[in-house]
Structures are given as C-alpha cells and as structure tokens.
Design a protein around this ligand. Structure first.
Ligand code: FE2
Ligand code: FE2
Length: 268
C-alpha cells in the first residue's frame, strides 16, 4: 500500500518574515494531501522564546490533528535556553519511528548546540544512533533525520554550519546502510546521492528567509511498491516539482536503491 511522508522544516515562528498566509496554505495543503506521517526537521521558532513556542505549539497541534508528526529541534529552537521549552511543550529531542507495513524506520537526532548556528551530533548520540541502526533488519529502509546538513548545498552562499562531526556521522550512516537522510537548516531544497544514500534537504515552509530565487516550500515523499517519488511543494500555491525518483528492491535480504533520477532545481 502506498504511503505519503511530508518533510517540513524552518517555519520559524516569531521571525519578522513569518507568513500567516503561508502557514494557512500549508495546513490546507496538508489536509488535502492526507499524509501518513510528517517529519519536522527543526527550526520551529526564530529565537527559542516562550511566546514563540506558544504559537508554534498551536501549529504543532494542528499538524498532529492531520497526521502523526515527529519533531526534532533546530539551532534557532535552542537559542536563549529554548531547549527547555522544546522538551516541555513540543517533543523529546530524538525519536525512533517504525512503520512495519511499509517497511521503514526513521530515527530523529538533535544536532543543535546552544546559542550557535553550527551543530554537532556528539559521541554519545552517535553511539545511540549506531545501536538503534543495528536493531533495524537489513530488509527495511533506514531513514535518519536531523536539522543541520552534512554536505554543502548549492545556491546558499558562503558555506558554513555543516555539522562539526559530519565526517564521522557520514561514516556511521553509510557504514550502517542508511538509505535516506532528511535535513533542513539552509532554507534551500536539495537532493544529493552519497554512497547510495539519499541526502534530502527541505526549504523554509512559511517564511521569507529565502536565498536567491528560492520559494517557500516543503518536501513530499510518495512511497509505492518498489519506488519513492520526491516532490518539492511550493507553499504559496501547492504546485509541485518532482525533485527525485528512486527504484528500490529487497535483494539478498537487503533493502537497496538500485536506480535513481534527480531533477535539477537550482540554476547555478
Ligand atoms: Fe532555519
Ligand atoms: Fe537552522
């Protein structure tokens, strides 16, 4: 049976460019799309303040009324000791979600560091990730999400804020057979294939914090028998652009992506 997963990030409640119109569009589009799961890849707020979290929590409640949602914090969420609000009002900092009917497991990590824009996973969390990945059977798709990107994204200006321990993390991810990585942070949607691992970035869904000609957007993953289709959805009007298509199979009891197509979304 087909499944639809929505990947959203960087809504930034409290930011001067936050748009109520885009938020309403987003919620209406999600109602129509009727997804099976939503992954929020960080930056719920602008500065981690309590009043921003109060507004953000109403939004999270609306998301949860549409579909089950898992959230992890971004660098903005932990500014001004905002992590206490994230943990009290929103969610734990990491999660494991298993969908047995569609045969995938998603692990969420906290890559944020207090009051700085860069992030890291850290040794303790890396060990936890390894132990959780080891529990996932090889015939299941392995998905990991965290806020910061691990490799540069085109059309984002001067490169900065890659995870401090991205090399070690990439090693853990690829050595343990992770198939999909979902990130936010740069506000620019993108997709890379790295050692047969898809690295998928979502844009900002509800703000004008945009680079170049990018628009506010989020990602939609449609999982069907033997394939995954990834669309970038423009929040302004719900129009979709296909970013990627993957064909996959379980071969020798292991889940593998055996072919893929990436469609350019950047003009460099
Ligand atoms: Fe952001
Ligand atoms: Fe961020």
């Amino acid at each position: 049976m087909g499944k639809k997963i929505i990947q959203i990030s960087d809504v930034h409640f409290g930011d001067i460019t936050f748009s109520d119109v885009l938020k309403s569009n987003l919620l209406a589009q999600l109602e129509d799309a009727n997804p099976d799961l939503l992954i929020f890849a960080g930056d719920l707020t602008a500065s981690g303040f309590f009043h921003e979290y109060e507004e953000a929590c109403e939004f999270v409640d609306e998301l949860q009324s549409i579909t089950p949602a898992h959230l992890i914090p971004g660098n903005h969420d932990v500014r001004n000791v905002g992590l206490v609000h994230f943990e009290n009002l929103v969610s734990k900092r990491k999660f494991v979600h298993t969908d047995k009917s569609s045969n995938f497991t998603i692990i969420g990590l906290d890559s944020s560091e207090a009051d700085v824009s860069h992030g890291q996973i850290g040794r303790d969390q890396m060990d936890w990730l390894k132990s959780e990945l080891a529990k996932i059977p090889d015939d299941r798709a392995k998905v990991v999400t965290f806020h910061h990107h691990i490799i540069p994204i085109p059309q984002t200006g001067r490169e900065r804020n890659i995870l401090l321990d991205s090399g070690d993390l990439m090693h853990v991810l690829t050595e343990n057979g992770v198939d999909f990585v979902l990130n936010g942070h740069k506000h620019v949607p993108n997709v890379w294939m790295l050692n047969n691992m898809v690295v998928l970035n979502s844009g900002t869904a509800t703000t004008g914090k945009l680079r170049g000609n990018m628009c506010a957007s989020y990602n939609e993953l449609e999982i069907n028998d033997g394939e995954v289709l990834v669309n970038m959805v423009k929040t302004e009007n719900g129009s979709k652009k296909q970013m990627a298509h993957y064909s996959m199979e379980v071969k020798d009891e292991s889940f593998v992506i055996h072919s893929y197509t990436h469609n350019p979304i950047h003009t460099v």
